[in-house]
Design a protein around this ligand. Structure first.
Ligand SMILES: CC(C)(COP(=O)(O)OP(=O)(O)OC[C@H]1O[C@@H](n2cnc3c(N)ncnc32)[C@H](O)[C@@H]1OP(=O)(O)O)[C@@H](O)C(=O)NCCC(=O)NCCSC(=O)C1=CCCCC1=O
Length: 373
């Protein structure tokens, strides 16, 4: 081994070039026949369905999947016979829970240069959605969390099944939700609600997301004894509680939550109403002038786009360096911690930092969740 080789760790580098990867596992691209509002198939016209297909990891996106999403949006944008783009995930658990935490913990942690290249791809994915030459509908088949919520909010419309949850994960798992959430949420739901959502990482129910204007439509997905019922874990029958505070869309607690859980356990999930609603929206868009519609959408994207373009390069640089410290610890904790304890010891971390301990050294290991503790 010569001298430079001895100095080089043997890293199997990821390829961050945006070259076509035919048949990339993890993302499906298909053109489905466009339909009129009455369900009649329209010859020669389609909707492009882009599906995140990594259900065992809640459709989180790996580096290769990010590339495939960008290419899929470009293909759908250029397809003359495509009406709308439907962006969704496989299964009924998750639309997407963001970046792949296994890849973050096992490859990007401690590698800011690599993560910087990855973030070029991530930024391009968000920009590709915001620049799509077709209306983009996010079909929320399940939870939309972290970067999943960010790419979802980049879409023009969101139609959700009502068992889905929407929220951020960053400050709990070692990241900042600056891949779009801090840009889009203040525009969509106002600064105060955005602050609570991004900092506290407490999810919104689909009904609440609908009520506060984050999504276009919410449909039931749980079938009990052959009938669709609203998400039984969420208050959907009253608008305010006895103190005049918002009650609608809040997660039930106590006895009510227990009863809700029992109903949930009796039911099965059926996404047929979600598909009906998505097809109906595509059909309504089909009955408009394509260029006027696109221009309207381009104008309405501007508030999100302005915030995104103002911040995305700084965000990329900050997120890269953060892979040396909090992201390394947070994603390692989620990836390697016991199932019921996947967060760092925040108190120990804050105490150690207050006492002046450096990130160089034992700090990372000292704050990891203890296996078997
Ligand atoms: C809250 C959860 C979304 C859901 O929790 P729960 O319902 O308890 O399910 P789990 O048991 O946790 O998850 C089921 C299995 O899926 C795996 N999983 C879930 N999410 C991911 C993911 N993002 N990457 C890889 N694998 C994932 C999970 O490990 C389970 O598998 P197992 O084999 O262990 O059974 C919860 O899952 C959760 O919090 N997930 C992680 C969310 C997250 O931190 N996402 C990354 C956020 S950061 C991000 O996305 C960014 C985007 C761009 C800018 C920078 C950035 O940070």
């Amino acid at each position: 081994m010569n001298a430079p080789d001895r100095l080089m760790p043997q890293i199997d580098f990821k390829d961050h070039d945006l070259a076509p990867q035919p048949g990339t596992p993890g993302v499906r691209y298909e053109k489905r026949p466009a339909k009129l509002p009455d369900g009649t198939v329209v010859p020669g016209l389609y909707n492009a369905w882009i599906t995140l297909d990594n259900p065992t990891q809640y459709n989180s996106y790996t580096t290769d999947m990010v590339k495939a999403v960008i290419l899929a949006f470009r293909a759908a944008s250029n397809a003359r016979d495509v009406n709308c783009i439907v962006f969704t995930g496989t299964g009924d658990k998750a639309f997407c829970t963001g970046g792949n935490t296994k890849e973050y913990a096992e490859y990007y942690a401690g590698q800011p240069q690599e993560y910087r290249q990855y973030m070029r791809l991530f930024n391009d994915m968000v920009s590709a959605i915001l620049a799509a030459d077709k209306p983009v509908i996010c079909r929320v088949n399940g939870m939309r969390i972290g970067g999943g919520q960010e790419i979802g909010m980049a879409c023009d419309f969101t139609v959700a099944q009502d068992l889905a949850r929407f929220g951020q994960a960053g400050p709990k798992h070692g990241s900042a939700p600056i891949g779009g959430a801090t840009d889009f949420l203040p525009v969509i739901i106002g600064a105060e609600r955005a602050m609570a959502a991004c900092v506290l990482c407490e999810p919104f129910s689909a009904h609440k997301a609908y009520q506060i204007g984050m999504i276009t439509e919410v449909v039931p997905a749980l079938k009990v004894d052959g009938q669709f019922v609203a998400n039984p874990m969420v208050e959907t029958q009253r608008y305010v509680d006895e103190f005049g505070r918002n009650a609608f869309g809040e997660f039930k607690t106590g006895e009510a939550a227990k009863e809700g859980k029992a109903v949930l356990a009796k039911g099965t999930v059926d996404l047929s109403k979600l598909d009906e609603a998505v097809e109906a929206l595509c059909a309504r868009i089909l009955l408009t002038f394509p260029e006027c519609t696109l221009k309207t959408i381009e104008e309405l994207r501007k508030p999100k786009l302005d915030a995104w373009n103002r911040n995305k390069e700084n965000s990329r640089a900050w997120l890269a360096l953060n892979m040396m410290t909090e992201a390394r610890s947070g994603f390692t904790a989620f990836n390697e911690g016991p199932k019921d304890d996947r967060e760092v010891d925040f108190i120990a971390l804050r105490q150690k930092l207050a006492a002046g301990q450096s990130w160089i050294g034992a700090l990372h290991d000292e704050i990891q969740p203890k296996k078997g503790a």
